[in-house]
Design a protein around this ligand. Sequence first.
Ligand code: AMP
Length: 146
Amino acid sequence: MTTLNLTYEDDNIFAKILAGDIPSHKVYEDDKTLAFMDVMPQAKGHVLVIPKQKAVELSQLEPEYASAVLMTAKKVMQAQRQVFEREGIIQMQLNGAEAGQTVYHYHVHLIPTNIHQLGKHASTQADMAELAEQAKQLREAIAAAE
Ligand code: AMP
C-alpha cells in the first residue's frame, strides 16, 4: 500500500517548464493554461495541457482552471485532428502513482490514436526536430481557427 502525497513540489518538471527554466515545444498558451508536446509520446502528436495552478492532481484543481484546461484541450484536439488526420483523440489523465502518474503537476494527455494502438507510457524519447515541427503545425492550425 502506498501513501498518497498531495503536497505540491515546486521543483517538478512542469513547474520548471511553466517558469521557463527548461524548454518545451509549445503548442498553445493563455493566462490559465499551457499546452506542449509530450517528449515521450504514446502516439505521434501527443500533447499535454497543464493549468497555471499548483495542483498535484484532479482533486486539487480549482473550477476556473478545470474549465480553462478543457477549453484549451478542445482547441488542441481540433488542431490534432486536422494536422495528424486522425479522427480518434484519446483524452487521458492519471491521478496518483498507482494509476501511473509520473509528474505531480495536474495535466491532461491528448493522444491521437486508437486505444488498442496506444504506445507504452513515458517510455521512448521522441526526435526533438520532429516535435518542434509538430508543435509549429499545431500552433498554425490553432491560430487559423481563432
Ligand atoms: P503522467 O505519467 O501522467 O504524470 O505523465 C507525464 C508525462 O510527461 C509523460 O507522458 C512523459 O512522457 C511526459 N514528460 C516528462 N517530462 C517531460 C518534459 N520535460 N516535457 C514534456 N513532456 C514530459
